[in-house]
Design a protein around this ligand. Structure first.
Ligand code: ZN
Length: 287
């Protein structure tokens, strides 16, 4: 009996070792690129280590982004494409965690670039908003420079929805945080011209956080309207959108049309008219 347990233990150890060896061999053979097949989702992640990292830390990085991806797909639906994940060693003085991130929209390299402090703890990575934010951006096609407030508001709103799934906020905390953040942006939008024009000005003044949170208001509001009028959450709309529109839409107008079709009425078309032409003060007084 004792011998039998040892034999099973030995078999298990070998299995772990061989899979580790396989991943390091693959890292070398494909220029630091490895594909992980995940039977629970339709999309693969392709790993790119752009800096030297210890094998153990590479596993931490993969676990982190896989966990974010799962929460992201549960929230926004399974993306109908492969994501490339590029890891860079950050030279920031920050002690640990994620220091910067951006998306890559080129079809052959579509995905995320994440800059991390070497040997960061898993906890410092998973509790950060940057990866959920960047991954959220990819749920929709690029929306153009004039709609930057829309893109950033979208990612800001959804990154925190993903973090609810990860267990970092409750719904009540989300509501409370949102009320605080939006209240802080209101004084910046006390003008009679459009929200869209005012946001462009604030970007020029480097008031990014202000526009990000004020822009998130668009989606917060849309979510409330959808619940009232279509018995649907915005997240549910997006899950449907990944299937019927994400790979088909070629411009911003089509994106809005696709969303309205799923909503069953012209919610997003109407909101865009208000955000582009209405008074910014009036829009912000809703909150
Ligand atoms: Zn962003």
């Amino acid at each position: 009996m004792r011998n039998c347990s040892w034999f099973i233990l030995l078999l298990l150890l070998q299995a772990c070792q061989s899979s580790n060896e396989q991943s390091s061999a693959s890292d070398v053979a494909t220029d630091s690129t490895m594909q992980i097949a995940d039977s629970t989702v339709s999309t693969d992640l392709i790993w790119h280590f752009e800096s030297e990292f210890e094998p153990e830390f590479k596993d931490t990085l993969k676990l982190w982004v896989n966990t974010v991806k799962e929460a992201c797909f549960e929230t926004l639906g399974d993306y109908p494409f492969t994501m490339n994940i590029f890891f860079h060693k950050s030279d920031s003085r920050q002690k640990e965690g994620v220091t910067f991130g951006h998306t890559d929209r080129a079809p052959s390299t579509r995905g995320l670039h994440l800059y991390v402090i070497d040997q960061s703890s898993y906890e410092s990575l998973i509790s950060d908003w940057i990866a959920p934010h960047e991954m959220s951006h990819l749920a929709i096609r690029p929306v153009g420079r004039n709609n930057k407030w829309f893109a950033e508001g979208f990612a800001t709103y959804l990154s925190r929805r993903i973090m609810i799934r990860l267990g970092y906020y409750s719904e009540a905390e989300f509501e409370e945080m949102y009320a605080t953040k939006i209240a802080a942006t209101k004084p910046f939008y006390e003008v009679d011209y459009s929200f869209s024009d005012r946001s462009a000005e604030l970007f020029e003044e480097y008031r990014y956080s202000t526009v990000y949170w004020a822009g998130a208001g668009f989606f917060y509001w849309a979510d409330k309207e959808l619940q009232k009028n279509s018995n649907m959450r915005f997240e549910e709309l997006l899950q449907e959108y990944q299937i019927v529109g994400r790979n088909q839409d070629t411009n911003f107008a089509q994106l809005i049309k696709s969303w309205d079709e799923i909503a069953g009425y012209k919610l997003f078309d109407q909101l865009m008219v208000e955000y582009r032409n209405g008074s910014s003060r009036e829009i912000m007084n809703r909150f």
